[in-house]
Design a protein. Sequence first.
Length: 204
Amino acid sequence: MDLINFNWLGLAIVIIQIFIITDPVGNLPIFYALTKKENPIDRQKTFFTAAVTAFTMLIVFAFLGNAILDLFKITLADFQIAGGILILIIATLILIRGTWAEEMEHPESVGVVPIACPLLVGPGAITTAMVSMAINGIAITILAIAANFFITLVTLYFGENIFKFLGENGSAIVGKVMAIILAAIAVSFIHSGIASWMTVPVVR
């Protein structure tokens, strides 16, 4: 890998996109509400399971992205527009009600569901990983997912201190600000998809 000519800006953008969509900081109040009956050791195990599951899901969907597009004869422009609309809906729901996920019962494997999926890795994160793989390639996408895996682990590991520092109001504010940025990313996806769709002939 040529470190000098490597697209560091592109990597930073994808890292930020995935981090905003997974939003481990903004979701901390939900994570702790779901694990409030667990002792600190079990809570850390739950969070580790969630981070590993989220990482695995993003890697799998990132690599299967092109195959899925080819299988259903979907162009990248189609996927960008649909993905952008989906992410915009998620951002709108976060802005309106604080979270896009419905309130759920405490499941047996809370680390996998709902913390890993759909709170950390939902349609928005999957869409971002697949689009990034198609646009930016393997290296940037995998590095971005790995970086977010590390950030998520650190966030969840020190989550109790972060949550106490931010408080419920602080975490809510962080989530709202990230939702606005997320909406802007969604508009960018839609704009790019429409531009490609209008200039490239559709072949079925």
